[in-house]
Design a protein around this ligand. Structure first.
Ligand SMILES: [Zn+2]
Length: 183
């Protein structure tokens, strides 16, 4: 298993549109899945990761996330989602969002997302599944599917707000490069 690097905005690879998985049992796909699970496990404060935000040569339509019951958030299960499609959403929420690929801890912005999201997908064995989640996971599903389509959350911002966020990102990048020089 390999720990994968998480791409950081504005890495152009974040715009990659993932190819659908043809065969979940193909060796390349199985390796991708186990590397993604390992990366999820070893990345602190990470709820989910999409193949297109990781250093993978030919990312496929796969995301991994921690599933949990809101009644017992401590108990969480890593899940693999393959070729996901949104089949239904309900309601909307406007809440702060961040991303492991958009300078986490520095950049957050309010984004409108569904209150409930239903997706259909394949699991790691290639079996069809349908998942409906509310709250954080309803937002996570659309956030990860955006990644697989080459989009990051700040792409949803209106131009003026986006400009402000881009300015902030420039400052963060400058700060990071200074820190690297001094390290
Ligand atoms: Zn993200």
């Amino acid at each position: 298993m390999t720990l994968l690097a998480i791409l950081q905005y504005p890495d152009p690879r974040l715009k990659t549109v993932a190819a659908p998985v043809e065969d979940v049992h193909a060796p390349g796909t199985k390796t991708m899945i186990s590397d993604m699970l390992e990366t999820l496990e070893k990345t602190e404060h990470c709820g989910g990761l999409a193949a297109t935000q990781l250093d993978i040569a030919h990312p496929q339509q796969i995301f991994v996330f921690y599933d949990y019951d809101e009644a017992d958030p401590e108990k969480r299960t890593p899940m693999v989602v393959i070729n996901p499609k949104i089949i239904k959403t309900e309601g909307t929420v406007l809440e702060e969002e961040g991303c492991m690929s958009v300078h986490p801890n520095h950049i957050q912005a309010k984004i409108t997302r569904p209150a409930f999201t239903t997706i259909e997908a394949l699991d790691s064995q290639g079996l069809h599944m349908e998942l409906t989640r509310g709250g954080y996971l309803a937002k996570l599903f659309v956030h990860e599917i955006d990644h697989l389509e080459g989009k990051v959350f700040i792409d949803h911002l209106k131009p003026l707000k986006r400009k402000m966020v881009d300015e902030k990102i420039k400052k963060v990048l400058k700060l990071k490069s200074l820190q690297e020089k001094n390290a």
